[in-house]
Design a protein around this ligand. Sequence first.
Ligand code: ATP
Length: 483
Amino acid sequence: LTNSLQDIISHAKEYGFVFPSSEIYDGLQAVYDYGQNGVELKNNLKTAWWKAMTQLHDNIVGIDAAIFMHPLTWKASGHVDGFNDPMIDNKDSKKRYRADQLLEGKAEEYTAAGEAEKAQALLAEMGRLLSAEDLAGVRDLIIAENIVCPISKTANWTEVRQFNLMFSTQVGSVAEDSSLIYLRPETAQGIFVNFLNVQKTGRMKIPFGIAQIGKAFRNEIVARQFTFRMREFEQMEMQFFVRPGTEMEWYSAWKETRMKFHKAVGLPAEKLKFHDHEKLAHYANAAVDIEFEFPFGFREMEGIHSRTDFDLRNHQELSKKKQQYFDAELDANGKPYGNYIPYVVETSVGADRLFLATFCNAFTKETVGEGENEKERTYLKLHPALAPIKAAVLPLVKKDGLAEKGEAIAQSLKSSFRTVYDDGGAIGKRYTRQDLIGTPFCIAVDYQTMEDDTVTIRHRDSMEQERVSISELKEKIGYQVSM
Ligand code: ATP
């Protein structure tokens, strides 16, 4: 953990954003709960995504599919047979690692030591062994590179085994009746199996998309880096169904659209980049990640994949139900394109990773004041539309009617924005409390307010104050994510 990630984790906990799950029992690894402020920020991010993907596109609609799905779904999707990570145990420490991550760590060491070529060669060899499923070869490579276990400092490794990442459970109360089902490892399949339901009932014409936000579960072998890699997490996915042959155009278009979104919610351009996949998943003919620069480096936040007709074709085969679309549009020869299984371009972003990126980016420590008055100030520089609390109304003093006036102002804003009223303690302390959770606007009520119905807005980032009339308030603070 870098220092700043540790600071961020502490801040997230101390100010009600993210708590370790079941903390009173010492927590559950790689599972987290969102607190009173975290849930607001996360909901605001989800709303921004939902709006960007559905409301702003005539040809995209949403669904909310169940977490449990028929077991054959995961046969068709390839998850039963192929959703594995190669794991290895150290015999001395009895700790489990992901074999590919050990090798990637070694490659990072080479890069850091200025030996980029060695790093490249190592990653290439690893890629070759993994795609050939040569697990003994992967182990040999770990030994040859003399990779030691961080805890035991020995290279006493077991063999490498494939570990399926799906969680399973049983449906039905009687053992004989019960059958194995999985907690979905991705939300996408709920969209694929509903493709025709939505297309027919919504009279959708290709190209069109289906969007969904929902929980997904993966039994990650090593869970590190806070909410970056969790065992229970949330995905925001959109599957876009297109005519075969047009997928690369849509793939490029969605790459750009999704990058714009991340900038619109306030992530700076220099902390975002595309990372093309050299090695493609079994279902994809093109794939790119949008990476964000977390405190631990550039890492995947969103994946954009051209998935061909892989999923729908497999579902057609296993379900014996046609997954075709009739395209009445005319081709160059004046004939309808006719029946086909559509191709799919998907955009898939983790709500928790977007939350973490937003939180890390907003976390700001700066020195203000000079000389004796110099002090450190911590605040969350969140986009105003995303902040858990939009406005805090703060009367300068409680007496002479200021408290009542403040409460009335807060009341008038509540139906439009999440607004709080706070009259406890010195005004400076109250500003600080709001800074720490990222409230963009503090509205101070003073004696002048009682005379002319004006208040001051104190801006979080600049700490500048602006005098405005109460009737202008809603308009002044009503920021939206503009896309
Ligand atoms: P990684 O390589 O980091 O494991 P992935 O390539 O397996 O991710 P996808 O299957 O493409 O990820 O999932 C799409 C998105 O879902 C990711 O970009 C990420 O934002 C999110 N995601 C995937 N796994 C997790 C997890 N364990 N915890 C939190 N978010 C996740």
